[in-house]
Design a protein around this ligand. Structure first.
Ligand SMILES: [Zn+2]
Length: 325
């Protein structure tokens, strides 16, 4: 269940963000939004289990037959994995798009932003009160008002040279879970989303860790089947073994989840890695000759890729660390 929601919503982020490269400033936003989907999917799964648990017992207080449970659970499973997931998908596309757009707007400050009407066949009548509004980028209006702050919103916004209009007369409240600008919060859905807000304190505490573990497991499986290969780094071959994948995933890091997600774009990371220095192996292990360090970027900050060179000359992609000693 977690995997379905996580995979689908990550596709939605890709769709909303569009084609970007690891070196673009949007990369960190995209990866953070996808990582937030892992946590959201954990809360969603918990909420679904909670509802399923409630229907194990009938109105008479007795355990239901399997057939009766199956019949009753069908509705819940359908709601969570089809109907609501579709809404969450559409909303995620819109919010991912909004996040990268807002990021772009910031690069040319001082211009006005215009609210562009919904592209939906049946547009959200509520946002209609905002259509064609033009306000300065710095106007506080944009702090909570943006496309994607209501479910299934298909409105758009853009920088414009059009003159500023009056502020809208209506005040449209964002829906639960959608009030934060996703570019700033780096989350598709906020903590006030009902799946999360209604979860017991214990679950609120454990869900992010559980999500991180699930995501790590998925990444490990995927990387083991797809990434073990010989690459080029600094003009020489560098090989990635399972041990290197595990080491990269296990290494603590201030941006742990994003550091792990560089695996998705490993070739680009290697292409852009910048050689820093070589240190001899000072430990007793005679199999290792030396370590090479390369600067890479994780979430717009420097991190370092560690290449281990064995005595037999093999160069192994060995780890990613946040700083060099
Ligand atoms: Zn809208």
């Amino acid at each position: 269940m977690w995997r379905i929601a996580y995979t689908e919503l990550n596709k939605a982020v890709e769709e909303g963000v569009g084609a970007i490269s690891y070196i673009d400033s949007e990369w960190g936003i995209k990866e953070a939004l996808q990582q937030s989907n892992a946590v959201f999917a954990a809360f969603k799964t918990h909420q679904q289990y909670t509802e399923l648990k409630k229907i194990v017992v009938g109105d008479d207080g007795k355990l239901k037959s399997f057939a009766a449970f199956k019949r009753d659970s069908k509705q819940i499973i359908g709601n969570y994995n089809q109907q609501w997931l579709r809404t969450e998908y559409n909303t995620t596309v819109a919010r991912a798009r909004t996040a990268v757009q807002w990021n772009k707007f910031q690069q040319t400050p001082g211009r006005n932003i215009k609210w562009i009407p919904s592209r939906a066949a049946i547009p959200d009548a509520i946002h209609k009160g905002y259509w064609h509004t033009v306000l300065p980028q710095s106007d506080p209006f944009w702090a909570t008002n943006f496309p994607g702050n209501r479910y299934n919103c298909k409105c758009d916004w853009a920088l414009t040279d059009d003159p500023v209009t009056d502020a809208p007369e209506v005040e449209i409240r964002p829906q639960a879970g959608l009030k934060e600008n996703p570019c700033i919060s780096r989350k598709v859905f906020g903590d006030d989303h009902p799946y999360q807000a209604s979860a017991p304190r214990k679950v609120k505490k454990s869900a992010p860790t559980a999500a991180m573990r699930l995501e790590r497991k998925l990444l490990l499986e995927w990387a083991k089947s797809e990434l073990k290969s010989t690459y080029q780094l600094g003009g020489s071959p560098a090989v990635l073994h399972t041990s290197g994948i595990k080491e990269i995933l296990n290494q603590p890091h201030r941006d742990y989840a994003l550091k792990n997600r560089i695996l998705f774009t490993l070739e680009e990371v290697l292409e852009n890695a910048e050689f820093i220095r070589t240190d001899p192996n000072t430990k007793a292990n005679p199999l290792i000759r030396q370590y090479h360090y390369y600067k890479i970027t994780v979430n717009e900050r420097d991190s370092f890729l560690v290449l281990r060179e064995l005595a037999n000359g093999e160069r192994q992609i060995y780890s990613v660390v946040e700083s060099l000693q």
